[in-house]
Write a protein that binds this ligand. Structure first.
Ligand code: GDP
Length: 197
């Protein structure tokens, strides 16, 4: 897919204020600092489209971008901020659950996971929750340039094996590096295929 246009549209406090669902929509989510903004920026070919995390956990908004005037890319507030209060966490959970379950044009979610680490409980819990809600998703293992290919492969394999304990079918997975631009074409082609369906 060639990116011709990528523009920021709106930040919404809840799903009901999101743009009219006229286009297919793809949402990106993950633990804070996982590399979500950097990935969105290389996908969209715009270094400053998504803001890289300044004050983590402070703004809990659903950010919509229009890509090629054909689909929405959504930057969701991440999870796992140590400094978030219990009430902020509950608010996040409610907002995310409502968005994920009620947004009618949501085609698929990309869950970002730091490829340097062994499976983390918080990521497994989140993907198991998505599976429980029957929401299609794929896994994106980020920052692949920060460790060896062997470590990345091992962590991907271990994560999928953990998922296999609960699920019969495993989601597609991608390995990315925003430094080397690895994985960009694979993700955009995958979105292209889903848009064509
Ligand atoms: P977010 O909080 O998930 O939006 O994460 P950011 O995109 O702000 O990235 C967090 C930090 O990781 C920043 O310092 C990025 O430059 C760095 N980063 C993100 N992706 C990569 C990557 O693929 N490779 C490397 N080496 N650093 C990355």
């Amino acid at each position: 897919m060639v990116i011709k246009t990528a523009e920021y549209l709106i930040s919404s406090p809840d799903w009901e204020q999101c743009p009219t669902p006229v286009w297919p929509e793809y949402a990106f989510i993950g633990r804070s600092n996982v590399g979500k903004s950097s990935l969105i920026n290389i996908l969209a070919n715009n270094e400053r489209l998504a803001k890289t995390s300044g004050t983590p956990g402070k703004t809990q908004l659903i950010n919509h971008f229009a890509i090629n005037n054909a689909w929405y890319l959504v930057d969701l507030p991440g999870y796992g901020f140590a400094k978030r209060s219990l009430s902020q966490r509950r608010q996040w959970e409610q907002m995310i659950e409502n968005y994920l379950r009620k947004r009618t044009n949501l085609v698929s979610v990309f869950v970002l996971i730091d490829s340097r680490h062994e499976p983390q409980k918080i990521d497994l819990e989140f993907v198991n929750q998505l599976g429980g809600w029957n929401i299609p998703f794929s896994l994106v293992f980020t920052k692949a340039d920060k460790s060896t290919q062997a470590i990345v492969s091992k962590n991907v394999k271990t994560f999928l094996n953990k998922m296999r304990e609960t699920w019969q079918f495993l989601p597609p997975n991608f390995v990315t590096s925003t430094v080397k631009k690895t994985g960009r074409d694979a993700i955009l082609n995958y979105i292209d295929e889903m848009n064509a369906q």
